[in-house]
Write a protein that binds this ligand. Structure first.
Ligand code: 3PY
Ligand code: MG
Length: 264
């Protein structure tokens, strides 16, 4: 069975970089898997991506030697089971605000005795290049569980959330977090409540042996956050990177449209 190198690196305290895949087309996944990211997250929360596209994308990403993750639309057993059974090597779970939310995410993602995931599916074992029996035996050691910390109640409950066994990464969604703290949605700011929340997450991750993660807008921000101790960094999305490059070209040619086209 293949090893989830992203999980292994994070456990060793190392850094990993990825991006979001929001375009509902496995061909994009195939090409994005060739540029050098450690992991790619297929986005089912806010993008029009279907479970079929996610399954095909995960197969192509894993086949290229990159770690396929899926962000589920909501923290439910149904969502988490379906994306893991169709071959994701890990889940990104939005809006984990309490210990109960964290326990539910882990229960759905891990087989007994660590959780309550049920048995079934064909593609999970194929994407790990192994037989189903081996997958069932070893999946708990390979599946990455990323919980999103992106609302004020999650910051207040960091110790209760991160002490739940089976969580690998605590990942800040800065747009929702700003929104929840009463600011406009954005990736970065010096707003005191946001800065304090980021610091509290980094400290809590250290206390509980969980890797800290955050979504950033660009490479400069990724470098800054890496230097600040973040290990699991998502930079924009494939769509954001594409639009950013297009704008750069048009800026140079003096004909860029004004205004933001997409946040990420
Ligand atoms: C947010 O910024 O709210 C996110 O969910 C980013 O992934
Ligand atoms: Mg969010």
């Amino acid at each position: 069975m293949k090893t989830n190198l992203v999980r292994a690196k994070l456990k060793r305290g190392e850094f990993t970089l990825g991006t979001w895949l929001t375009i509902p087309d496995p061909l994009t996944a195939r090409l994005m898997a060739r540029v050098g990211f450690d992991w790619l997250t297929v986005e089912l929360e806010h993008a029009p991506v279907t479970i079929e596209v996610a399954a095909q994308s995960c197969a192509l990403i894993a086949g290229a030697g990159v770690v396929p993750l899926v962000r589920v639309p909501w923290n439910t057993g149904e969502n988490i089971k379906r994306v893991l059974d169709t071959g994701a090597w890990g889940v990104v779970v939005p809006l984990v605000n309490s210990r109960a939310d964290a326990e539910a995410a882990v229960a759905a993602a891990r087989y007994a005795p660590a959780g309550a995931r049920t048995i079934g599916g064909q593609l999970h074992a194929a994407n790990f290049d192994t037989a189903p029996a081996t997958y069932y035996e070893r999946a708990n050691d390979e599946i990455l569980v990323v919980v999103m910390i992106e609302q004020a109640p999650a910051i207040a409950a960091l110790d209760e959330i991160l002490s739940v066994p089976g969580i690998d990464v605590a990942f800040i969604g800065p747009n929702d977090l700003h929104h929840s703290l009463g600011y406009r949605p954005m990736f970065e700011s010096q707003e005191p409540a946001f800065v304090a929340a980021v610091r509290r997450l980094l400290e809590a991750c250290k206390r509980h042996g969980v890797a800290p993660g955050i979504h950033v807008a660009d490479a400069a921000a990724a470098q800054r956050r890496r230097a600040g101790g973040f290990q699991f960094i998502a930079v924009a999305s494939e769509l954001g990177l594409m639009l950013g490059k297009a704008r750069e070209v048009l800026d140079l040619m003096g004909s860029a449209a004004t205004g933001e086209v997409a946040k990420y």
